[in-house]
Design a protein around this ligand. Structure first.
Ligand code: HEC
Length: 107
């Protein structure tokens, strides 16, 4: 019985791991200080960003550039008052991490 419960708990953990890792990464890289999934904050919501970038030719590469360089990437519409800081003003984001965040936003 104990074993079965542990197995179920492990399965549940395994199933939720990718989403957790994405959210954790976004948290760690301070994205959530300025963005939320479904409502505007200092920056636009990730849902709004997804809707715009989905219509672009190469959304993943464009998103990666923005995620690493902020407004310095000079892509996409400008939503409002605030700008997104460039890479030197935020925690460093590797290509791999930027790709993961881009895929997460587009998913
Ligand atoms: C200090 C606040 C801040 C942080 C931290 C931040 N952003 Fe932003 N982000 C913004 C603002 C403001 C905009 C809108 C810029 C504009 O309108 O030109 C934006 C825009 C974006 C865009 C769309 C850019 C465009 O112009 O089309 C993406 C994608 C994005 N952010 C992803 C991220 C991710 C992923 C992280 C974490 C790695 C992050 N942001 C961290 C403030 C922030």
């Amino acid at each position: 019985m104990k074993f079965a419960i542990a197995a179920i708990a492990l399965l549940a953990l395994g199933a939720s791991r990718p989403a957790l890792a994405n959210a954790q990464l976004a948290e760690e890289k301070q994205c959530m200080q300025c963005h939320a999934m479904d409502r505007g904050s200092i920056g636009p919501s990730f849902q709004t960003i997804k809707a715009v970038y989905q219509r672009m030719k190469n959304p993943e590469a464009s998103l990666m550039a923005v995620i690493q360089e902020g407004n310095d990437a000079n892509l996409g519409p400008h939503w409002g008052r605030a700008r997104m800081p460039n890479g030197s003003e935020r925690p460093r984001i590797s290509d791999r991490e930027a790709r993961q965040l881009a895929r997460w936003i587009l998913s």
